[in-house]
Design a protein around this ligand. Structure first.
Ligand code: MG
Length: 403
């Protein structure tokens, strides 16, 4: 197999480290650049193991530290947003794996698209905050966007049943060849329900950070694990699905599926449903994004269906887990509202992780910022960045104890 040359943004996080595991397993992936915030211990190990030509460290002083540590190697260590941007457009790379957390991923992803790189997208905030802009750039630059999020990888795979090859571009272009008009009726986005499934608001008043970080099925980073507990993660995924697959919000239904074996489903106009299944392990969707359209053997074991006496499906509790409702509201309002919601959520989750906010207050803060935000229609990139900045400042001004 021909070698694929990748840039890995967010290499020290959960998706980043699993991407490197997959790269090592495949043997046909060359990691040309890695980028991370400030985990220099892990970055040094990654540099010595994968020999990237470039390493971008967001934090300036961490970059300085790393530069001293890897003086004996050939790697160039860059810092700040400039460093991230240079990694994102590295001329020799075919693909950028966007695995950083938060809206910080937007600029480098757009730069990568504009320089003709295919994108393996794990950074959902990129599409949540600037979906229309990102999808337009994907189409204009004729690059591919391959979803890494397990649900979106699942939907992408289900859509292959009707011959849809390119996410977004294909769907939005209205290319219905072989599919019939309006072939896709609904996307059934599965949700594990998180660690607090079944709890009521009274019980949620006293839950701790440690409890919220204990996800029943998935092993993920801190931010996304909290988002899973509040159901904001599912809300972000609904918005991500809207942009990736060009469907309307009312065509996306969240279905609680506690076992996390069905990673999502697509219902077609003839009421036939196709589901994608597998063990809950991100290395499957990561590998497919790297090898697409090929499928190669995986380090992840097969599902033993005899171990599951039942697979269950139910409705999410949108009253208790307000964040999912807020995300639908943001999507329906459109414009800059999802960017405001996302920034408020980033602030709130960070404060919750640091013990400065209770679990239920996360949704309250997000709603407060959304209520105060006047959404700008058809926003450009500056409107998105300004909204992100505004929402953070608004919350920190109203709640000084958060900062
Ligand atoms: Mg997911």
């Amino acid at each position: 197999m021909e070698q694929k040359k990748i840039v890995l943004l967010g290499s020290t996080g959960s998706i980043g480290t699993q991407t490197l595991e997959v790269a090592e397993h495949l043997g046909s992936v060359r990691v040309l650049a890695v980028a991370a915030n400030r985990n220099v211990n892990l970055l040094e190990q990654q540099i010595r193991r994968f020999h990237p030509v470039l390493c971008a460290v967001y934090d300036e002083s961490a970059a300085k530290d790393l530069r001293a540590r890897v003086q004996d190697t050939d790697v160039r260590v860059l810092s700040g947003m400039d460093g991230l941007m240079e990694a994102a457009v590295l001329p020799a790379a075919d693909m950028v794996v966007a695995a950083m957390v938060g809206s910080i991923g937007l600029k480098p992803v757009l730069a990568a698209i504009q320089s003709g790189k295919d994108i393996a997208l794990a950074n959902k905030e990129t599409l949540v905050t600037a979906g229309s802009i990102v999808m337009r750039e994907i189409a204009d630059n004729t690059v591919k966007i391959l979803p890494v999020d397990s649900e979106h990888s699942a939907i992408f795979q289900c859509l292959h049943a009707i011959g849809s090859k390119n996410v977004g571009r294909d769907m939005q272009a209205g290319d219905n060849a072989g599919r019939g008009e309006g072939a896709v009726k609904r996307i059934l986005l599965t949700a594990s329900g998180g660690p607090f499934y079944g709890k009521d608001r009274k019980e949620l008043q006293t839950v701790t950070v440690e409890q919220a970080l204990r996800h029943p099925n998935w092993d993920m980073g801190g931010k996304i694990t909290i988002d899973s507990a509040t159901l904001m993660n599912k809300g972000l995924e609904v918005i991500e699905a809207k942009w990736l697959f060009g469907v309307d919000p009312e065509q996306i239904e969240v279905v609680v599926h506690r076992e996390s074996i069905v990673h999502s489903m697509v219902e077609f106009c003839d009421n036939s449903v196709i589901a994608q299944m597998g063990l809950p392990d991100m290395k499957i969707p990561i590998q497919l994004a790297l090898t697409y359209p090929r499928r190669l053997d995986s380090v992840v074991p097969a599902v033993d269906f005899t171990k599951y006496s039942s697979l269950t499906f139910g409705q999410p509790d949108r009253e208790t887990f307000r964040c999912l409702t807020l995300a639908y509201d943001a999507l329906n309002t459109g414009g800059t509202m999802p960017a405001a919601m996302n920034a408020a959520n980033e602030v709130a989750v960070e404060a919750f992780l640091q013990g400065r906010l209770s679990f239920l207050e996360v949704a309250e803060l997000v709603e407060e910022a959304m209520d105060a935000h006047k959404a700008i229609n058809a926003p450009d990139l500056d409107d998105i960045f300004e909204t992100d900045r505004w929402a953070r400042e608004f919350l920190l001004e109203k709640h000084p104890a958060l900062g």
